[in-house]
Write a new protein. Structure first.
Length: 309
């Protein structure tokens, strides 16, 4: 049985990908990693990640193009903010029998592949507190009103940036059937904040994979991992969650621009520059906000924090 990690990237996220790979390889020099190209502009990052971290490009690029074509054929061109996010679904058909998928706006603090051990008793794993915020950014209340899902089932919604499963557990037919069912009922989904693949993939998970496990429900609970949570404590380039008295497994800047002044910037900056053989990151100067914008962002962060508590 082979285990490995998938990421999705292009040249635009080179610095984020380097930070992620530095953090993975700090704890694990052996696990194979495959990059799924986000678009056609991926050759520079592919060369860098192969040279320094042994990352391979997904072999069947024709299938990825087919997947993208089928998505557009089913939904049209205006349905999603970032339709290329769906390319990550090529994970189901790649070389690994068991796999983790990890977004590039993440850094990890442990040998992250070991989380696949939870697949001994489940078919799909994830690790977040998305469900505590309700169904926002995934479903609309219509899914409950029409009894598409019940209250217990929607407790299993997840963030699509970190998850693991087994090869061919979802077939091509399953994937495209999920597309078709979702396209027929756009009223079931919440795209108000320009999420892309997350609502549809949650729909597929709840409909087609009954043996699922959220790692934060393990015995003794688990730490948070969203960079919008202000209570994590930094020590020796790691983070600690005092609410569960545990170190973080990983940190995810979901919905947050990674730049100087962002939450836990020093953590990201440390991992980005962990490999001295690579040039320093090209970091854009943050756009200055007026007092009104700062007030709005402060309220948004407070609301997000309430959802994660």
């Amino acid at each position: 049985m082979t285990r490995g990690i998938y990421i999705i990237a292009n040249d635009k996220v080179t610095d984020q990908a380097i930070a992620l790979l530095n953090s993975i390889r700090l704890h694990d020099t052996d696990t194979p990693i495959v990059m799924i190209p986000y678009d056609e502009n991926y050759h520079h990052i592919a060369d860098t990640l192969k040279q320094y971290y042994g990352v391979q490009v997904y072999e069947d690029l024709e299938f990825i193009d087919y997947l993208s074509h089928k998505l557009h054929e089913t939904f049209g061109t205006q349905f999603f903010a970032r339709p290329n996010q769906f390319r990550k679904q090529a994970c189901w058909f790649g070389p690994f029998d068991e796999f983790l998928y990890i977004d590039t706006d993440i850094v990890v603090f442990e040998k992250i592949i070991d989380n696949l051990n939870y697949l001994a008793n489940a078919d799909f794993i994830y690790c977040d507190y998305q469900h505590l915020g309700g169904i926002k950014n995934v479903f609309s209340p219509q899914v409950l009103e029409d009894k598409v899902f019940n209250e217990n089932e929607i407790q299993d919604i997840f963030n699509g940036g970190f998850w693991g499963s087994k090869k061919n557990l979802i077939s091509v037919d399953d994937l495209f059937a999920s597309f078709a069912e979702s396209a027929a009922h756009p009223e079931y989904f919440d795209f108000s904040e320009k999420t892309s693949d997350q609502p549809i993939i949650n729909y597929m998970l709840l409909k087609r994979i009954p043996r699922r496990f959220n790692i934060v429900r393990r015995e003794g609970k688990a730490p948070g991992n969203w960079a919008g949570s202000p209570h994590f404590q930094a020590e020796n380039h790691l983070l600690f969650d005092p609410t569960v008295n545990q170190p973080l497994q990983y940190l995810h800047w979901a919905g947050i621009r990674i730049q100087p002044g962002c939450p836990y910037w020093e953590i990201w900056d440390y991992y980005r520059h962990l490999n001295p053989a690579l040039p320093a990151a090209v970091i854009p100067t943050p756009v200055k906000q007026n007092q009104w914008q700062k007030a709005i962002n402060s309220i948004k962060n407070q609301l997000r924090q309430l959802k994660t508590n």
